[in-house]
Ligand binder design. Structure first.
Ligand code: FES
Length: 109
């Protein structure tokens, strides 16, 4: 059963300052989460497109990180300036925003 047309998880994990792995929250994860929620609500799609906070998604060096299901598309180094493009092109239009795609996992870097 599919509850949402798209389900997005945005990492907002925070670690202690100077932690060797860093975190997404320090790089703006919560700002990205908030802007995504606002943009989806402005489009009137909050019941079709769910924006959730996530803990660490294990790609910390590339944060802020988010993943979109059902496609399983990962975006990295996402900023608030990228939100409108992600919402309009991908979450509404179904087109992946290639310039923000994760091309290597943290283990491959
Ligand atoms: S802290 Fe965001 S992926 Fe690990």
């Amino acid at each position: 059963m599919q509850v949402f047309k798209r389900h997005v998880f945005v990492c907002i994990n925070r670690r202690p300052a100077r932690h060797r792995r860093g975190d997404c929250e320090t790089k703006g994860g919560s700002d990205v989460h908030r802007e995504l929620k606002n943009a989806v609500a402005r489009a009137g799609l909050q019941f079709e497109i769910r924006i959730n906070k996530a803990g660490c998604l294990d790609q910390c060096s590339q944060g802020p990180v988010m993943v979109v299901y059902p496609e399983g598309v990962w975006y990295v180094q996402v900023g608030v300036d990228d939100v409108d493009e992600i919402v309009n092109r991908h979450l509404i239009g179904g087109e992946v925003v290639k310039r923000l795609l994760m091309t290597k996992t943290d283990r491959e870097l």
